[in-house]
Structures are given as C-alpha cells and as structure tokens.
Ligand binder design. Structure first.
Ligand SMILES: [Zn+2]
Length: 197
C-alpha cells in the first residue's frame, strides 16, 4: 500500500510513543495528501531540530543551546536545584511553571533489576555545581517507584555531607507513578508539599 517509501514512513511513525500502526497510517495519509503544506515543513522542522538539539552540559536538559534556556535565564533562582529522572520530567515541571530554580537531569534511577548502578547516572555535574557554592536546597523529584525511592535515599546520603538541604516531593505523586504524566496542578502540589529527606 503506497509503495516502499510510504511503507517505510508508516513503519517509522508507528514506532513513536502514542502511535500504533493504525494511527501511523492515518497520520501518513494526512501528510501525503498535503505534501507542501504539511509534510515538507514537518520534514524541515525535524531535520533542523535533530541538528540543533544538544544536551546541556550543566543540567542535562535537551535544548538547541548549551547552557540551555533554563540555565542561562538570569531570573531563575540559582540556590534551588530540582533533580529529575529524565528530560520529560523537566519539561513537565517547566510546562506547569511550578519551579523557579534550576534542574539536574539524572538520566535514570538506580535499578538492581535493570542493572543501573551509580556509575550509570549523571551525578558529577550536580556535585560540581554544589561545590561551587550558592546552592542551598536540592529537591528530589523522582517517581514514586521502588527504584525512585532507592535513588532518592542514595542521593540523600551523597548530598547531606555537602551542607545543602535535601527535600523530596510529597503528596500527589501516585505510587508507581512517573512525574512527566502528571497534570500541572498535581505537579505543583507535589512540589509545594515537599518534605525534608
Ligand atoms: Zn541546563
């Protein structure tokens, strides 16, 4: 159906989160019916984003600039760093507008089953930033999973000797839940309801 080029497009679209083979076919058809208006601008945007995207060397965010827009923003409160598991969590918190400080993306959680150890996580840049001074609080905004809890405990032990207050997000994060799927109101409540770790 549609030839090998179209089949390849559908196969690639079907791998995207939230799309299956059926919705991928529908999306491909919509695009193909308006190649100039919809498809080529999308292709250009994808190429440009792929070329521009880089990982912020300070916090681990994905942005076209390094340092990223959050780290470079002079209005951010540089004394509070919110630690998240992934970039998706950072973007969710930014979208909700509930955190005025900076972030640190850990790049995962400790996982005995998944074979993720401390050396697999992006920790050193956070320790470096704390060592530079000026950071008074680190908020651990990790998912309410067994691995998230174990990671929060491990991080707390690493951070406490550095003389920063360590807190954990509280109410609203459902057990087993990831942050990035929460609605803005719940994210705000979780952050406001943080308690000492
Ligand atoms: Zn950054």
């Amino acid at each position: 159906m549609g030839g090998p080029e179209v089949e390849r497009l559908i196969a690639l679209l079907a791998r995207l989160p939230g799309l299956g083979p059926r919705s991928a076919r529908r999306a491909a058809l919509k695009l193909l019916q308006q190649p100039t208006l919809k498809m080529l601008p999308l292709a250009t945007a994808m190429t440009e984003a792929a070329r521009a995207a880089r990982t912020c060397s300070l916090c681990g965010n994905l942005d076209s600039a390094d340092p990223c827009g959050v780290c470079a923003d002079p209005r951010r409160d540089r004394s509070v760093i919110c630690v998240v598991e992934g970039v998706g969590d950072l973007w969710a918190l930014e979208r909700a507008g509930v955190h005025r400080g900076l972030y640190h993306v850990l790049g995962g959680t400790l996982s005995a089953l998944g074979g993720t150890g401390p050396e697999d996580l992006n920790l050193q840049p956070l320790l470096d930033r704390i060592a530079e001074g000026g950071v008074t609080e680190v908020i651990l905004a990790l998912g309410a999973t067994v691995d998230g809890a174990a990671t929060a405990h491990w991080l707390t032990e690493r951070l406490k000797p550095l003389h920063v207050a360590v807190s954990r997000v509280g109410q609203g994060v459902p057990i087993g839940g990831a942050l990035e799927v929460l609605d803005d109101g719940t994210l705000g409540a979780a952050l406001r309801g943080r308690r000492p770790a």
